[in-house]
Design a protein around this ligand. Sequence first.
Ligand SMILES: Nc1ncnc2c1ncn2[C@@H]1O[C@H](COP(=O)(O)OP(=O)(O)O)[C@@H](O)[C@H]1O
Ligand SMILES: [Mg+2]
Length: 234
Amino acid sequence: MTVLLKLEQVNAFYGSAHILHDLDLTVNAGERVALVGRNGVGKTTVVNTIFGLATLRSGQIHLGSHALKKPRPYVAAQHGVVVVPQGRRIVANLSVEENLLLGAAVGRKGPWSVPEIYKLFPILQERAHTPGTALSGGQQQMLAVGRALMANPSLILLDEPTEGLAPVIVDQLADIFNKVASQGTALLLIEQNMSLVVRVAERYCAMAKGAVVAQGEVHNTRESLVDLENHVMV
Ligand SMILES: Nc1ncnc2c1ncn2[C@@H]1O[C@H](COP(=O)(O)OP(=O)(O)O)[C@@H](O)[C@H]1O
Ligand SMILES: [Mg+2]
């Protein structure tokens, strides 16, 4: 198995606040992994540590065969790891198309281009020249996913991509995530909505107090849903 992302015994801080405690997490090529846990357990801090927005004090992060010395967003993107950030972070004074082009700045080769993103999300083509933040919440999330794909990643970290969205939009996004994954891109889905997790993920890692405390398989079944809901509450 090819490892795309490996965190080993990671300890991460914001200033003097110790958030991640000896955290281990691995995502292999093509995998769909869910990272679950209550609010405040440190899920976003995992993302922030990979991108250098929280301080890595000890432990190792590997992106593929690359041992990350100084985590930075562009370094992760160069190694094929991108994020759809919590809250989407669409750039307000850029159009939809300009927001998409930002994602391509890293210059990785691959199947994704503006026309391909428009095939995946036709609404973005209709609104190509509208300011990104004029879109609805669901459309902004599609734009954030499109922008991430423009980097031609091998792994996308999705940080609570369905937060605050209507069920019909969540269903559309579930289909998109499955489509993207079936084309070979690995996903790390950070999610509170376990019915989405069972539809998309094949494995879960559950966090509590800044560490991964449980792992298991995910199936699109009622039993799996109940199992996951129990593990999030630890
Ligand atoms: N920039 C920050 N500075 C200090 N503490 C933070 C910062 N961001 C988050 N935290 C704290 O770190 C902990 C983990 O937060 P976070 O990773 O956002 O959790 P989650 O994404 O699982 O909800 C929380 O206690 C939160 O209050
Ligand atoms: Mg979070």
